[in-house]
Ligand binder design. Structure first.
Ligand SMILES: C[S@@+](CC[C@H](N)C(=O)[O-])C[C@H]1O[C@@H](n2cnc3c(N)ncnc32)[C@H](O)[C@@H]1O
Length: 267
C-alpha cells in the first residue's frame, strides 16, 4: 500500500518511526488497501509481484507484512516457505506453509523463530521507514539472504511529503524536501484520531542507506497506473500525477559481502 497511508510513532521519537500506532491503525489501513480503487491494488502490488518473478520453491520473508495477505498469495504462487513479520499482530488465519509472526522488522534476526534462517527473497513493502535504525535493519536482512537472494524494498517518493508540507505551510518545495525535522501526520482514510510522525528523507538519504548496508541496486522502478485503470479511476490517476507514487528497489549484497554460510536455508 502507498506509504502515504502509513504512519509512525509519536512526535519526537528517537531513531525514526515508532510502531505504536499500528495496533490502532491496522484495521483502517487494511480496509483502505482492500478497496478496489486502492493504489496498492492498482499499481503497487502488481509491480511488486512482477519484480519478484517466479517464487516457486523459494523461501520468502515479508517484513512489515500487514495482515499477511501478500505473503499468503506468494505461498499460493508456489513459495516453499512464506514468513510474514509485523508489529501489529493483526493477521489473517495463515494458510498452509505460511507463518505470521508478531515482531519488529528493525532486527529480523531477533524475531523469535527467525534466528539462523535464510531467505531467497526479503520484502520491505512500504515498511522500511519504521525501522529504528535503517542501515542496521538492512544489514541484518542482507545477512539472512541466500547466496542468490535479493531484497525487494519499496518506499513512497519523498517529494510527496514535501509537496504536502509545502502546501500546508506555504513554504517552497525545496525547503520541505531538504527539511530534517520529523513532522506530524494524520491519515484521513485510516484513523484521523491517530497522530503520526514521519522522518523526512531525500533520494540521497535512501541511496546512501543502501550503500551503507552493503547493498547495490540491481533495478529501480517507478510504477505507474495502467491506462485502463487510469480511465476507470481518474481520481487515482490524479493522485499519481500530483504525488508520483512509490519507488521500488531490487537490492543485492555487494560483491565481497557474501551471506554467511553457517546456517541452513528455511524449508
Ligand atoms: C504501510 S503498511 C504496509 C503493509 C504491507 N507491507 C503492504 O505492502 O501493504 C506498514 C506496515 O508496517 C508495520 N510496521 C510498522 N512498524 C513496524 C515495525 N517496527 N516492525 C514490524 N512491522 C512494523 C505496520 O504494522 C504495517 O503493517
Amino acid at each position: 500500500m502507498d506509504e502515504d497511508t502509513s504512519g509512525a510513532g509519536p512526535a519526537g521519537a528517537v531513531g525514526g518511526d515508532s510502531s505504536r500506532p499500528w495496533q490502532t491503525l491496522a484495521s483502517g489501513f487494511e480496509q483502505a488497501r482492500a478497496r478496489e480503487d486502492s493504489l496498492d491494488r492498482l499499481v503497487e502490488w502488481p509491480a511488486q509481484r512482477a519484480l519478484l518473478g517466479d517464487v516457486t520453491g523459494l523461501a520468502v520473508l515479508d517484513a512489515g507484512c500487514g495482515n499477511g495477505a501478500k505473503i499468503a498469495q506468494l505461498a499460493g504462487d508456489g513459495a516453499a516457505a512464506s514468513v510474514g513479520v509485523d508489529i501489529s499482530g493483526n493477521f489473517i488465519a495463515p494458510p498452509p506453509r505460511v507463518e505470521l509472526l508478531e515482531g519488529d522488522l528493525s532486527d529480523l534476526a531477533a524475531v523469535p523463530g527467525l534466528a539462523g534462517r535464510r531467505f531467497d527473497r526479503i520484502l520491505f513493502l512500504q515498511s522500511f521507514g519504521y525501522a529504528a535504525d535503517p542501515v542496521r535493519a538492512l544489514q541484518t536482512a542482507r545477512e539472512m539472504l541466500t547466496e542468490d537472494g535479493f531484497i525487494l524494498l519499496t518506499r513512497t517518493q519523498p517529494v510527496r511529503y514535501a509537496i504536502e508540507r509545502s502546501e500546508q505551510k506555504g513554504t517552497s518545495l525545496g525547503e520541505e524536501y531538504f527539511a530534517t525535522e520529523s513532522f506530524a501526520y494524520r491519515h484521513r482514510n485510516w484513523d484521523e484520531q491517530v497522530t503520526l510522525t514521519k522522518r523526512p528523507y531525500t533520494m540521497s538519504d535512501l541511496l546512501n542507506t543502501f550503500s551503507a548496508a552493503g547493498l547495490w541496486i540491481e533495478a529501480a522502478v517507478e510504477p505507474q497506473m495502467p491506462a485502463e485503470a487510469a480511465e476507470r479511476y481518474p481520481h487515482k490517476q490524479a493522485v499519481m500525477d500530483k504525488y508520483l507514487g512509490i519507488l521500488m528497489f531490487k537490492l543485492r549484497p555487494l560483491p565481497g559481502l557474501q551471506p554467511r554460510r553457517d546456517a541452513t536455508v528455511v524449508g
